[in-house]
Each structure stands twice: as structure tokens, then as C-alpha cells.
Design a protein around this ligand. Structure first.
Ligand code: SAH
Ligand code: SF4
Ligand code: F3S
Length: 478
């Protein structure tokens, strides 16, 4: 693994260099097309979070720029897995699917296979792939993803596996090609990395230190997106509430939200993820005042037990979390709250688990992602001796899931019959007479409509609640 970046180019020089490699790669693709007698296809698979998905759009931007045709089919000529390693099962999925890819490659001599993303930042993973998955052409990590065009060229010039992983980077490279999955909405990175080191979490080790983008670069990107038909953005960072602290001229996340809210033509703003320890009163006020900011806050709890929260290194306790929730609801009564919860953290007792259930009951989350604790080698929690018995964990997990689902169904029912603003997002996959849209609070609504409505806001009556989604009908334009 490289300690330092091999070059000292500025961000702008790096962008230019990568565009030169894009030109070179175009020629390589054309040569390969001639040999194959057809266009070549590419398939990008995402295994991780929204940030990982946004990275995949960057990979696809370059691949389609150099001439590959996008496909969902993994029998493609170029397949890249953008991996995640937050829990062990994310890793296992990748190994499982690599087995299939090896068979596809035996039948297609033109096929190239690449691996990137968080899992590749773990030296043991790369060793295993070098030894047991020798058919892989290219491996790179999270810090040098902006060098994808260059790495592609190197890989196309070589018969052996190219591996290039960096330990960290302080560089942010702007303005490389991106191909969005959705025409009307887009993720926008506002920061990279994480400095929080929650004791169970691998992300800081594989994504490096926290770096914020300059507000002007973020605004310029969003303005460009809006000009290209985007009406909703999701501002992305592992902890958006600490955005801007390390910039040369520090800016807060609340200030950034207010600036983004002024972008003409933009209709909705979402963000992810908020760490409770850094959620300021000013942010709550900004959310309340900014009309484009959606009425939804994802506020990971992780555990309701103050004792466990301390060992998790989360820097808040049960009471502080509940106080935050109260402040949010007082300021924005219709706000939807969602969360992440881990069950079975080392040393978690029945009493600790009851504390989590208590918070879940008190907060009444609109929805919650529940995870079984997964031991990540290299994190402090992995070295703790009091790992919990898996059977007990499963029992707690099932109990929690039942509780969470009951509460979210009840919460969803409360809106039945109401008329609410919906952004039309896409044609329904099963029934093309329906359009699927979202409420500001992130719930899904299906209603009769046509594709020309996509990207527009409507007032929709939620005629029927079906568990966690609604059927509706338009009552007015917005
Ligand atoms: N930055 C975000 C979370 C990113 S990871 C935050 O701090 O809230 C998404 C979720 O995965 C976390 O909220 C946590 O609930 C879960 N997670 C992270 N590490 C985990 C582990 N080792 N085992 C189980 N779940 C984990
Ligand atoms: Fe992981 Fe904590 Fe950082 Fe979230 S804030 S990515 S849970 S270390
Ligand atoms: Fe996974 Fe990396 Fe995201 S580990 S959750 S893809 S930051």
C-alpha cells in the first residue's frame, strides 16, 4: 500500500491529466471494438452506501465517455464491483459473485474485471484476491478513484493484475465525468472520509480523514445539475454536521444548507448522515427556515444505552439524544425521523437492549435500519473480549425489528387521507399507468399519471396506506 501519493499535481492539473487518459482510453476501446467486431459493454455494480453509489456514477461516467455501452448484465466486457466492507456479509457477497464472474470470463476473452471501493482498502482482502482470484484485471481503492481513467489505460496495456491502493489522500479532484442513475435527482458529495472512529466502525480506516469540499464547488455542481434537469439533491457525507470545519475559511453545514436553498430551479434538498453529537440548534433552525429542505432527518441512534454509547465512542448519551429529538419535533412538528441501530455490540446486556427498545418506543421512528453487530478486524470493538452470544443477539434483533415495524406501520397510517406535496420521480415498474413519487418525509406514493410529470411537484391525496407506501391521487399542481 502506498503511503503518499506518487505525484504532486494540483486538483485542476490532475483533472486535466485524467482527461488526457480518457482520450487515450477511447483509442484502446476503439481498437478492441474492431477486434470484437461490435460495441463493448460495461457493468458497474454498487455494494455500499449512497457515497459508494455516487462513486459508481463517476466510474460509469468515464466508462461511457470512452465508448462502453452501459448494461446491467454482468456478462459485460468490462465489469467493476464497487465494494463495501461495513459488515462481514458485504464482503462475502463480493467473493460469492466473483466466482460467477470467473466463469463468464472463460467464455469471453475480451472481458475485464475490476474491483474498487472500501473493501479493497483492507490489505488482507487484496492478498486473498491476488492469491485466489487471479483472473481479476484491476484493483484500486477509495483514495485514487479519480485516477480511474489512468488505471484503466494501465490495465489495458498489461496482461497481469494491476493493484494500486493508497493509504489516504488530502486531494479532492473536481469536474470529472459523471453519469447519473436518475435524471431528476442526484447525490452530491459535500465531504469525504470520517474522523469519528466509532469503536465498531471500519469506515474511517477505509475512507480516510474527513475532507470538505469548498462551498463554491458544491454550489457550482448543483447549479450544473439543475441546468441538466435535476430537481432534488442529496448532500452526502459520513457526518454532514461537521461539514466545513477544516476548510481554510470554515463554514457550517447550516450555512451551506441556506446557500443551497437559494439555488433557483432546485426543488428539494436532502442530506445524509447526521451525527447526533454535532447537530446544532442553528441546523434545526436552517431546516425549519429553508423551504426546499425535506421534512426528514436520519439520525442514527446505534444504541439506547448510555453505557454502550460510551464504549461505542459516540459522544452522546440516551438523554442527550432524546433532547435532540424533542428539539427537532418542537421546531418542525411534521419531521420524519429515521435511524440506524446495532444489536449485539460487545458486552450488550439485556438491560442495555431494553434501553434501546425504550428509545425506539419513545421516539416512534418513521423507519429504522437494524443491524446485527459485525466484528470488523482492526476496530477497537473487534478486540473486546465480551462478544455477545449470536443466539441471544438474534433473539433481540427479531424483537427489535418487530417493534420497529409495528411503529412505522402505525406512523404511516397517521397520514392516510391527508393531501401532501409529492415529487413525481419515475414510472411505476409494475404498472405503467402509475407514477411513483416521494413525500418530503421520504415515503413512497404511487398515483395515476404520465411520464411527462416526472420532476414536477403535485399535491396528492394519500387515499390508502399499504404498510410503508401509499396509493394516491393528484388533487392539484404545485
Ligand atoms: N456515518 C454514518 C453511518 C455509516 S455506516 C453514521 O455515523 O451514522 C451505516 C450504518 O452501518 C451505521 O449507522 C451503523 O448502524 C452500521 N454499522 C457500522 N458498522 C457496523 C458494524 N461493525 N456492525 C453492524 N453495523 C454496523
Ligand atoms: Fe462510522 Fe461513526 Fe464515522 Fe459513521 S460517524 S462512518 S458510524 S465512524
Ligand atoms: Fe460501505 Fe464504504 Fe459506504 S464501507 S457503507 S461503502 S463508506
Amino acid at each position: 500500500m502506498r503511503d503518499l501519493e506518487a505525484n504532486v499535481l494540483s486538483g485542476a492539473e490532475e483533472t486535466k491529466l485524467q482527461y488526457d487518459y480518457i482520450e487515450k482510453a477511447k483509442q484502446y476501446v476503439q481498437e478492441r471494438e474492431k477486434l470484437a467486431g461490435r460495441k463493448l459493454t460495461c457493468c458497474v455494480k454498487t455494494f455500499g452506501c449512497q457515497m459508494n453509489a455516487r462513486d459508481s456514477e463517476k466510474l460509469l461516467g468515464i466508462l461511457t465517455d470512452i465508448g462502453y455501452i452501459e448494461t446491467e448484465d454482468e456478462h459485460a466486457d468490462f465489469v467493476i464491483y464497487n465494494t463495501c466492507t461495513v459488515r462481514e456479509n458485504a464482503n462475502n457477497k463480493v467473493y460469492g459473485r466473483l466466482g460467477y464472474l470467473s466463469n463468464y470470463k472463460k467464455k469471453n476473452p475480451h472481458m475485464m474485471i475490476a474491483l474498487c471501493g472500501c473493501m479493497m482498502q483492507e490489505p488482507t482482502v487484496v492478498e486473498k484476491i491476488r492469491k485466489s482470484y487471479r483472473f481479476v484485471n484491476l484493483i484500486f481503492g477509495t483514495h485514487n478513484i479519480y485516477k480511474f481513467a489512468e488505471l484503466l489505460c494501465r490495465s489495458m496495456e498489461s496482461d497481469s493484475m494491476i493493484v494500486d491502493i493508497w493509504k489516504d489522500t488530502d486531494k479532492i479532484v473536481e469536474d470529472l465525468p459523471i453519469k447519473r442513475k436518475y435524471p431528476f435527482k442526484s447525490g452530491v458529495n459535500i465531504m469525504f472520509g470520517c474522523n469519528n472512529f466509532c469503536s465498531y466502525c471500519i469506515v474511517p480506516y477505509v475512507r480516510g480523514r474527513e475532507r470538505s469540499r469548498e462551498p463554491k464547488d458544491i454550489i457550482r455542481e448543483i447549479e450544473g445539475l439543475v441546468a441538466d434537469g435535476v430537481c432534488e439533491v442529496m448532500l452526502l457525507g459520513q457526518n454532514v454536521n461537521s461539514y466545513g470545519k477544516n476548510l481554510e475559511h470554515p463554514v457550517t453545514f447550516a450555512q451551506l444548507l441556506r446557500e443551497v436553498n437559494q439555488i433557483e430551479g432546485l426543488k428539494r434538498i436532502r442530506f445524509m448522515t447526521s451525527h447526533p453529537k454535532d447537530l446544532s440548534d442553528d441546523l434545526i433552525l436552517a431546516m425549519k427556515e429553508c423551504d426546499k429542505v425535506c421534512r426528514h432527518m436520519h439520525l442514527p441512534l446505534q444504541s439506547g444505552s448510555s453505557r454502550i454509547l460510551k464504549i461505542m465512542n459516540r459522544h452522546y448519551d440516551k438523554e442527550q439524544y432524546l433532547t435532540l429529538v424533542k428539539k427537532l419535533r418542537d421546531a418542525i412538528p411534521d419531521i420524519a425521523l429515521t435511524t440506524d441501530i446495532i444489536v449485539g455490540f460487545p458486552g450488550e446486556t439485556e438491560e442495555d437492549f431494553q434501553e434501546t427498545l425504550d428509545v425506539v418506543r419513545q421516539v416512534q421512528y418513521d423507519s429504522a435500519f437494524t443491524f446485527i453487530y459485525s466484528k470488523r478486524t482492526g476496530t477497537p470493538a473487534a478486540a473486546m473480549e465480551n462478544q455477545v452470544n449470536p443466539l441471544e443477539v438474534k433473539e433481540h434483533f427479531d424483537l427489535l425489528l418487530k417493534e420497529v415495524q409495528q411503529i412505522s406501520a402505525q406512523k404511516a397510517m397517521e397520514l392516510e387521507g391527508r393531501v401532501m406535496e409529492v415529487l413525481a420521480e419515475e414510472q411505476n415498474e409494475q404498472d405503467d399507468s402509475l407514477i411513483t413519487g416521494r413525500l418530503s418525509n421520504n415515503s413512497v406514493v404511487h398515483f395515476p399519471g404520465t411520464v411527462d410529470m416526472i420532476g414536477k411537484l403535485f399535491m396528492v391525496k394519500l387515499t390508502e396506506c399499504r404498510g410503508f407506501y401509499y396509493l394516491g391521487e393528484i388533487v392539484a399542481d404545485v
